[in-house]
Design a protein around this ligand. Sequence first.
Ligand SMILES: [Fe+2]
Ligand SMILES: [Fe+2]
Length: 273
Amino acid sequence: MNTLPSSDITVRRMDFAIPPTLDPVFVRGCPEESFVYLGLSLVLPHLEPYLIRTMQAALRQIEDPLLAARVKQFCAQEGQHHRQHTALNQALGLLDIPALASLDAEIAADYRRFSEEESLQFNAAYAEGFEAATAALGVMAFKSALFDQMEPLSADLWRWHTVEELEHRTVAFDVYERLFGDRRYRLKTALFAHKHLTGFAVRAAKALLAAHPQRLAGAHPWRRWAFAVRLGRHFLPRLLDSYLPGYDPRAIPLPDGFSAQARRYTQLAVRTS
Ligand SMILES: [Fe+2]
Ligand SMILES: [Fe+2]
C-alpha cells in the first residue's frame, strides 16, 4: 500500500486515439460485467457536467483559497472525463440502440432538473455520494486486476479515469463538510444517489444484453461469479465504509500500482496542469 498527499491532483488531457468502432464486450469473456460499466459510461456525460455545475455553485461560497483551487482542479479533471466517455460511447454505438437513446434522455433530464430545482446541499451531498462510489470502484479495479482483463484501449481509458478519481477523492467530501457538515443528510442523499446510479446502470446493461443476445452464447458462466465476488469483496465493503461515522476519504489506502500509473498517465498526457 502507499499513501498520497490528498493535494496531488494533476489534470491530464489525453489522446486515446479512440477508433470509429469498438467492441462493447471489453471485459474479455464477460458481457454482463462489460455492460454494467457501459451503463456507468452512459451516465457520465450527464453526471460529470452536473458535478461541475454543483462545484461551481459551491465555489461562490468557499472562502478558503486552497479548497477553491482544489475544486477548480476537480472540475478540470471531470471536464476531461466526460469528454472522453462521450467519445467512447460514440465508438461503442451506445446511442444507436433506441432503448439506450431514450434512457440517455431520461438521465440528461434528471441531472438538469437536479441543478435547476434541488438545493446546493442536495447536489453537494449527491456529488459526495458519487465520489465515494468512484473511489470504491477505483480501489476495486486495482485490487482485483480488473484492467488486466479489459481490451487495451478501454483499459487505458478506465484506468486513467480511475487514477484521477482517486486523486480528487477528498474534494466533494471537503466541500460538503465545509459548507454543510450535516452527516445524516449526506448519508440519506448518498443512499439516494447510489440507488439512482445503480438503477440507470442496470437498466442500461439490460438494454445492451437485449441488443446483443448473441454475446451471451460465448460467455463463460464462471465470469458472472467472478464479477459478483469482485463487487462483494472489493467494492461493497469500501462503499459501506462511506456510511460509517468518522468516514474520511483521506484514510482510503491507495492500492499498489496507483502511483506508478499516475506517473505513467502524466507522461502520456498531451498536456497537464
Ligand atoms: Fe470522473
Ligand atoms: Fe470524480
